[in-house]
Unconditional design. Structure first.
Length: 341
């Protein structure tokens, strides 16, 4: 049976890059204004169980970003530990040892010294301890920056929606939206992997918090089969294609930038393949650049004009006007309800 072309908006054509260490480095330029933010996406693979090797890879990628004039570097979900696997007797103690609290010396002694007035922040994701008696962890995304307590709960995003095996090891952050404000990049929200399939969370960010961009970090899988024989349609990469569709649709329907960094490659224990495809989607939903689905890449976009570009697109057409005519914010929370005449 023939396989159709991938669904969704076609990808931007890949561009040649240089090789640094084991990484392919791809650089693009969004505007000529160097006062805008330059973003680095580390579309990389985490080894398991191998925290020290992952630390080395993160450090080398951060050093390369700094050399290229990146202002903000973003790493995928579980970049430090790698993803869970089925053998709980082996996986649980490894993941608990990989908790961020056990590696503050590395963050503060090796990553933070790279930061300066130009290379201002590193977005990392990892497991953090909870106070619960069940020994579960939080899946936490945080920003490493100078004069900033990166593990302050008020400055940390804890993943809300947990798929499958993650429920065994982690607990939901519930309503734990995180919004940070930059000078020219506007208001930035954070989400993690599976969260991006839940429109209510993204709508809260867009309508209530008024974010200009969402940073999505992920270990999003590639392979799943969907087969519709009588329609002559089949794909064995459903999850991966869903990534491309979801990033585009969420950006367009919420009219926000999506800056997404996904893991790539196969899990050394479970052999699960991660989709890669890290990239940047404009508020129109159009993908501006995407990384490989197979190979590790450091993707750099210079002079990204986040706030002004979003404002210009909203000036052209703003969905919120029509949304607010029909829905109002619920008085006892952050959800919405239909208006009653």
């Amino acid at each position: 049976m023939s396989r159709p072309e991938p669904l969704g908006i076609p990808r931007p054509e890949s561009q040649p890059g240089e090789t640094f260490d084991e990484f392919l480095v791809v650089e693009r330029t969004y505007s000529d204004d160097p006062s805008n933010v330059s973003v680095g996406l580390a579309s990389i693979h985490a080894d398991v169980p191998a925290v020290e090797r992952n630390k080395d890879k993160i450090l080398r990628a951060a050093q390369r970003f700094k050399q290229s004039g990146v202002n903000v570097a973003i790493f995928p979900e579980f970049a430090l530990s790698g993803y869970f696997w089925e053998d709980e007797a082996e996986c649980r103690p490894y993941m608990e040892a990989a908790a961020i609290e056990n590696h503050r010396d590395w963050i503060e002694g090796e990553l933070m010294p790279l930061l300066d007035a130009d290379f201002r922040a590193i977005v990392l994701n990892g497991l953090t301890r909870t106070t619960g008696a069940d020994h579960k962890l939080h899946n936490s995304t945080f920003v490493v920056a100078q004069d900033h307590d990166y593990l302050d709960p008020r400055e940390t995003y804890q993943k809300v929606f947990l798929p499958g095996i993650e429920k065994l090891y982690t607990e939901s952050g519930r309503d734990d939206r995180l919004v940070l404000r930059g000078v020219k990049q506007g208001r930035i929200g954070f989400a993690t992997c599976y969260d991006y399939l839940f429109g209510e969370l993204l709508r809260e960010y867009a309508v209530i918090d008024g974010v200009d961009a969402l940073v999505e970090v992920a270990s999003w899988r590639a392979a799943a089969t969907r087969d519709y024989p009588l329609m002559n349609v089949r794909t064995d990469l459903y999850y991966g294609e869903l990534w491309d569709l979801t990033m585009a649709a969420a950006s367009a329907t919420n009219q926000v930038w999506t800056i997404a960094c996904n893991a790539v490659g196969r899990h050394p224990v479970s052999d699960v393949a991660f989709w890669g495809g890290s990239g940047i989607w404009a508020p129109s939903g159009i993908p501006l650049v995407q990384a490989s689905n197979i190979n590790e890449e450091l993707l750099i976009v210079h002079n990204l004009n986040i706030q002004e570009t979003r404002a210009a697109e909203l000036d052209d057409f703003n969905y919120a006007f029509d949304f607010n005519e029909i829905y109002r914010r619920h008085t006892e929370g952050s959800t919405f309800t239909r208006k009653v005449d």
